[in-house]
Design a protein around this ligand. Sequence first.
Ligand SMILES: Cc1cc2nc3c(=O)[nH]c(=O)nc-3n(C[C@H](O)[C@H](O)[C@H](O)COP(=O)(O)OP(=O)(O)OC[C@H]3O[C@@H](n4cnc5c(N)ncnc54)[C@H](O)[C@@H]3O)c2cc1C
Length: 445
Amino acid sequence: MSSTLVGPDSAEYAAATRPSNSVTPQQPARVAPVAGPDDIARALEEVATLARTSGELLQIVPQATGHGAGAPVGAGAVLLDTSRLTDVVIDPSSRTATVGAGATWSAVNTAAERHGLLGLAGSAPTVSVSGYTFGGGVGWLVRRDGLASGSLRAVRYVDGSGRSRTATDDAPDTVDREALWAFRGAGGVGIAHTLELDLVPAPDLHAGALLWHVESLPELLAAWAATVRALPISVSCSISVLHVPPLPLFPPALHGRVAVHLAIADPDGPDAAAPLLRAMRAAAEPVSDTWGPSDAARLARIHLDPPVATPAVGDARWLVASTPDIAEALLSTAAGDDSALVLLEIRHVAGAPARRPGAVVTPAGDFVGHAVGTLDRASREEIEAAFARARSLWAAADAGSTPGSWIDGAAGVPDALPADARRRASEIADAVDPSRRIRRSRLLG
Ligand SMILES: Cc1cc2nc3c(=O)[nH]c(=O)nc-3n(C[C@H](O)[C@H](O)[C@H](O)COP(=O)(O)OP(=O)(O)OC[C@H]3O[C@@H](n4cnc5c(N)ncnc54)[C@H](O)[C@@H]3O)c2cc1C
């Protein structure tokens, strides 16, 4: 039987070590491109043998798409590539998706929408269900349907000894019940291969992206601040200042310019969003406006995330209800042509329900502040200085913790979990993998 591990001279190695977030080069000792739970167990065994023969400590790092990449992956690591685990099965009667750990949200929602359903996807179609959901997962239906972590019903996973297990709320073994709690927002434990998730109805999905020249920022933010808090629970939106790259998904008139961007969605029809859209369109005429009936593919484009690997670093914080009062001061810090940020965003998440118990299953604030810089545009020092300015402003509305999945390109996320949740999640990780053969989630600090 051939080895599950491949080395730097193979095409699989080359493909797996090109993560979507290209901030840190990945040069692991080997890659394990797995196709199922048996492969995962075999990879664990082979890594143990390799470590014994070479005398090196080798840590296994699960990765689906590398959108969450940021920690070094060097000669002491074996990258376990789950991107072939792409099965998607929809059961419309129980509103459940059963998906492989490497499935992307695009694949899940393309299948789900045939039944009038959607999973709780985030802004980019190429993000995998796994890392996003295990990190909390703030999507476009968040206010009506909650974080994606709360939609997780069960996870089939492999522990540090190679044993296949199933994490459910009523599993006979406490470790599996606790593991599901940790998969819901503490970044996950062990190596997942199959997830079962809630799907939700989207009877009249509307969504869109509106873009304006940045010169109208004060008027637009005044209109947004006056209306956003009263929006019905079905409407989720984000407002941002965006440095527009010369990509076809943007209107040519904005290429190389700074824009104000509203991304907005409602699965229940066009009416509830009308007050905000009316106020903002009256404040200034948009350069482009795609609001209208939507499908999953269109929903996945409203945030206008770049479709190419990007060396992005990010910072984020949950913010309290008074955030609209600081919105203009905050977003203005990214509005200059010379800003080191490509994006400074405020996402409205107020009222999101907790669907199930878990480490992080509901937002810790009514808004998220999110700043992103890319290392192809500015140096890390310049981006850090811009983050410091954003932090000094959003401190006035700080809800006290960080949305874990939103910290791009970082090795660790210190503030994603309250201290007691972090302790509990670390204990679960130790129970699942006492020898620490699998790299711990970066949300555990
Ligand atoms: C363009 C872009 C848009 C985004 N939009 C949103 C958004 O709208 N909302 C939001 O909440 N987040 C968003 N994110 C953040 C995203 O949720 C995180 O980057 C997430 O970690 C990506 O998950 P992944 O599995 O695709 O990435 P990966 O880098 O492959 O995985 C990230 C981490 O998840 C864990 N993991 C992955 N697979 C497994 C497994 N099989 N078993 C155990 N652990 C595993 C590992 O700890 C891994 O390091 C966005 C990121 C980008 C780059």
